[in-house]
Write a protein that binds this ligand. Structure first.
Ligand SMILES: Nc1ncnc2c1ncn2[C@@H]1O[C@H](COP(=O)(O)OP(=O)(O)OP(=O)(O)O)[C@@H](O)[C@H]1O
Ligand SMILES: [Mg+2]
Length: 331
């Protein structure tokens, strides 16, 4: 295998543009993925995810911009790029008349893998298709096909694995099996995994980093936890004992006293405080970290119950694709 120029980045995309006739698919995309990352590319329908995967895997030509994969230029070093990667496409790409074993055998021959029979057998075993190995694919369910496509994508132990919506249309058990398989592969070390998905649960479960793209541009990127944190909208619901009117006046008996609202407002990171039933509703940055200080400030008001609600990646996705997040959505 050719040695790539040393780079900490498995993928480096700068100013990438791509048009299909009049249709702009990518409008100056920038993206860098460190080697070994489990990376998720998210975005609404038509955002440019499949176009990006096609260019990164050398199936489509870039328009303007520069794209390096495993240190090689996709426009000028296509063969070198191809040798380093495995791909699982959004559109099924299996031959209905071939068996599972034949698919993997062809792949092994293409990459001139040593110990072909053993590796194909092990791969079938790993994705739970050993029992169906010699049946033609036309009799396979969607889940079996996906698992076979993944087995084929990783057979030659690529440095980078691309998966375009790998669990689309799978039932819960098949999806869990695919997730397990990808996690194991990633945990074994070395492999960069780049997937696209519409499932925020999938991205949150698997990906160490995600980027959201829209209309062919990157909108935001980071760890799922950081992106959620940056919404700054954790909500803490605190129930106060309604009989306890000890510290300060209240608008109505049974409602939280003004002094309790003031006490909550004085805590660092708190953005908004309002009455909620007989208690308080507090919007705060980094809710988990601020909770002890909040409880401490409210000690005179007899807190009897606490509930922390956090936004998740779905809120992040909506927020950055035209549906601004309001903490009210959580309570
Ligand atoms: N072969 C093609 N010919 C013409 N237009 C195309 C072609 N492929 C993609 N496009 C257009 O490019 C844009 C990006 O499409 P792409 O398939 O990359 O989006 P996507 O993010 O993968 O969407 P989805 O979530 O629906 O899979 C869309 O506007 C699409 O209509
Ligand atoms: Mg797509």
């Amino acid at each position: 295998m050719d040695h790539a120029p040393p780079s900490q980045f498995a993928i480096e995309v700068a100013g990438l543009q791509k048009r299909y006739g009049e249709q702009v698919a990518l409008a100056g995309l920038d993206l860098r993925v460190e080697a070994g990352t489990f990376f998720g590319l998210l975005g609404p329908n038509g955002a440019g995810k499949t176009t990006t995967v096609s260019i990164l895997t050398t199936l489509a030509r870039p328009g303007a911009g520069s794209v390096r994969v495993s240190g090689f230029d996709v426009a000028w070093e296509r063969e070198k790029v191809r040798r380093t990667l495995g791909v699982v496409f959004q559109e099924p790409s299996l031959d209905r008349e071939l068996t599972a074993r034949e698919h993997l055998d062809l792949q092994a021959r293409f990459y001139r893998l040593p110990e072909r029979r053993r590796r194909v057998g092990e791969a079938l075993e790993r994705v739970g298709l050993a029992g169906e190995a010699d049946r033609p694919v036309r009799g396979f369910s969607g889940g079996m096909r996906r698992r076979l496509e993944i087995a084929r994508g990783v057979l030659h132990r690529p440095r980078i694995l691309f998966l375009d919506e790998p669990t689309l249309g799978l039932d819960v058990a098949s999806r869990a099996a695919v997730w397990d398989h990808l996690r194991t592969l990633h945990a074994a070390g070395g492999t960069t995994i780049f997937l696209t998905t519409h499932s925020m649960e999938e991205a949150e479960t698997l990906c160490g980093r995600v980027a959201i793209i829209d209309a062919g541009r990157r909108i935001v990127e980071g760890t799922p936890a950081r992106l959620v944190e940056d919404l700054g909208g954790d909500v803490v619901l605190l129930s106060l004992d309604p009989r306890d009117g000890s510290a300060g006046g209240s608008a109505d008996p049974g409602e939280a006293p003004d002094a309790a609202l003031a006490a909550a407002r004085s805590v660092e990171g708190v953005r908004d405080v309002s009455r909620h039933g007989s208690g308080l509703r507090v919007t705060v940055r980094e809710g988990t970290r601020r909770l002890p200080a909040l409880l401490d400030a409210l000690r005179p008001f007899c807190v009897v119950d606490v509930e922390l609600r956090r936004p998740d990646l779905e809120h992040v996705f909506l927020h950055h694709t035209g549906h601004p997040f309001e903490p009210e959505q959580l309570a």
